[in-house]
Design a protein around this ligand. Structure first.
Ligand SMILES: Cc1cc2nc3c(=O)[nH]c(=O)nc-3n(C[C@H](O)[C@H](O)[C@H](O)COP(=O)(O)OP(=O)(O)OC[C@H]3O[C@@H](n4cnc5c(N)ncnc54)[C@H](O)[C@@H]3O)c2cc1C
Ligand SMILES: *[C@@H]1O[C@H](CO)[C@@H](O)[C@H](O)[C@H]1NC(C)=O
Ligand SMILES: *[C@@H]1O[C@H](CO)[C@@H](O)[C@H](O)[C@H]1NC(C)=O
Length: 507
């Protein structure tokens, strides 16, 4: 290497250091030393992954989780196989989830064709045929072009939704859920969030009959709630009825453990009980503030100091009980609004097809997903024949005459009597009571912010727009970007308006 080259390099390095120091002027110090993430569901583990990406190898990342890694992504074992009890399907355009499995080298689960029907509490009012054209004609006959128009409406929402990936690619982040939605879909998205799906669709010209017969069964299976959920989560729900849905081979929760491993963070098996602000003198003499995270694990209680903390669990009744002290303005342990209960019961047994009012012989009954309308008669939200998280070679879904695994979603636990009615016989019935997703009651007052305090962030605020794996992943990347930009005082990457028009030229 020539001396000339060396000095040029030295100059460059000096120059870089200089401009580097300038941009750090408003930052607390060079790099954060320690970051805590509270919760190891898909939100927390994706946060650890993106924090590592943003802050590099130097920072220590601790992830607190008292339960199983995965949170609402969980499986139970029935016989020789495992089955999803919580979050199960992923949309083909959920790009972060797709990116995760590619990065981790986990394949998607092998696809088994499914067949849908709708049950009104007495009989099946719609049964999908194996022939696309037959389904199309049936729907056309009954609902005119509403079905096609619904797909177009969902697609138009999805088109705007997809903008978030470009913004995040360029490093842009948002301080609130409202600003994030506004950046994607302008005032239209805020309106979606503030009115019911029913109101939204009526305004778009959909008939009440179509909404009751087709839309309600979809919101019931996906969110256990009626068409009076907000329009945004409603659109997410309808997108969840698209084709091409996928899941992770071996169980969706594998993504969480994979991301934690990949992020080289430390998993601490403990429940966080409180977080407070502490001011300590630093090496340079100036006072610095830290967050003290108090936690209880198997070996008792302990506490540690962190520069940045991300809460990745809902701050709601029944979901977590973290107290915040020394903050002004105060941060509540529980924000207003509650989480909706969905009971997931996995039954290994033989279905009573007459329960569905079907006169087909059970050996010919091949419907896999039974959705339900919002009628007094239906105690259940849905009934699905489900496949193991790893689909064995040569597997095909057996007809209803065989004992197989069914998943029932219901708002209340199923009684023995209800089970006896629905199944001719069963060996196992495994119940999981989830506080599954927010109970959506628009108009929504105010969504909690992503920023609770200077360097304290809250991921699950995003669930009030819509709760889904991809929403948590998007919020995770957003929070990691926010944490990075705010640490380094890069205001230009936070809450920018008109990103869509500004970035168009850069494509
Ligand atoms: C039955 C059901 C079906 C669903 N279906 C789908 C679907 O098909 N597709 C889809 O995309 N989404 C679905 N969802 C929603 C999806 O599962 C959630 O949106 C997503 O998993 C939320 O992830 P998260 O990491 O944000 O929260 P969580 O998974 O709830 O993770 C939070 C974690 O924080 C931990 N924690 C709580 N308190 C503390 C504390 N004090 N200290 C430390 N840790 C704490 C919890 O133990 C938990 O592991 C479904 C959900 C349910 C329940
Ligand atoms: C939603 O509506 C409520 C009351 O109607 C209003 O206070 C709030 O500002 C609205 N929020 C948004 C994001 O439009
Ligand atoms: C199956 O369902 C039908 C219709 O609801 C009911 O009359 C019958 O008793 C059920 N069978 C069993 C064995 O419970």
């Amino acid at each position: 290497m020539s001396p000339g080259g060396l000095s040029l390099r030295a100059l460059l390095i000096l120059g870089l250091c200089h401009s580097g120091r300038r941009s750090l002027a408003s930052a607390p110090k060079g790099q954060p030393g320690r970051i805590a993430v509270v919760g190891a569901g898909i939100g927390g583990s994706a946060t650890a992954f993106y924090l590592r990406q943003e802050f590099g190898a130097g920072v220590k990342i601790d992830v607190f989780e008292p339960g199983a890694v995965g949170g609402r992504l969980a499986t139970v074992k029935i016989g020789d196989h495992e089955y999803e009890t919580g979050g199960s399907v992923i949309h083909p355009l959920n790009l972060h989830m797709k990116h995760f499995i590619e990065k981790l080298g986990i394949p998607p689960r092998k696809d088994v064709p499914s067949k849908m029907a709708i049950f009104d509490g007495k009989e099946l009012t719609f049964e999908e045929s194996n022939w696309f054209i037959v389904n199309f004609l049936r729907l056309l006959w009954r609902y005119g072009l509403h079905f096609l128009r619904m797909q177009m409406w969902v697609e138009s929402v999805l088109d705007k939704f997809m903008r978030i990936y470009q913004y995040q690619q360029y490093g842009y982040s948002f301080s609130t859920v409202e600003r994030l939605l506004h950046a994607m879909g302008g005032d239209g998205f805020l309106t979606l969030m503030n009115q019911t799906l029913e109101e939204t669709m009526m305004a778009e010209g959909f008939s009440q009959v179509f909404i009751n017969d087709i839309v309600a069964p979809i919101t019931r299976v996906n969110y256990g709630q009626s068409v009076r959920i907000n329009g945004f989560v409603g659109a997410v729900s309808l997108a969840g009825a698209d084709s091409g849905l996928w899941a992770v081979d071996g169980g969706n929760r594998r993504v969480c453990s994979g991301l934690l491993y990949h992020s080289k963070s430390e998993l601490i098996s403990a429940r966080v009980t409180s977080i407070s602000v502490k001011v300590r003198p630093s090496k340079t003499g100036a006072a610095a503030s830290f967050y003290e995270v108090n936690y209880v694990g198997e070996s008792g209680s302990a506490h540690s100091l962190y520069d940045i903390v991300v809460i990745a669990t809902p701050l709601h009744q029944g979901k977590s009980d973290i107290s915040f002290s020394g903050f002004s303005p105060t941060i509540p342990t529980h924000y207003p609004g509650r989480y909706h209960q969905t009971v997931s019961t996995l039954v290994h047994g033989v279905l009573n097809v007459s329960y569905l009012g079907s006169s087909e012989p059970a050996s010919e009954f091949t419907v896999s997903d039974v959705l339900t309308t919002d009628s007094k008669g239906s105690a259940i939200n849905s009934l699905s024949s489900i496949d193991p998280v790893h689909v064995p070679q040569g597997y095909s879904r057996p007809p209803a005459s065989h004992a197989k695994v069914w998943k029932v979603f219901s708002p209340q636990p199923l009684s023995q009597e209800q089970l006896r009615h629905m199944f001719l016989s069963w060996e196992v019935a495994s119940e999981t009571r989830w506080l599954a997703y927010p109970s959506y009651r628009p108009p929504h007052r105010k969504t909690p912010p992503f920023i609770l305090h200077n360097r304290l962030y809250y991921l699950n605020a995003v669930e009030w727009a819509a709760s889904a794996m991809e929403m948590s992943a998007i919020a995770a990347r957003n929070v990691a970007l926010l944490a990075h930009h705010r640490w380094h005082g890069e205001k230009k990457k936070v809450d920018q308006e008109d990103l869509h028009t500004r970035l168009r030229g850069e494509l």
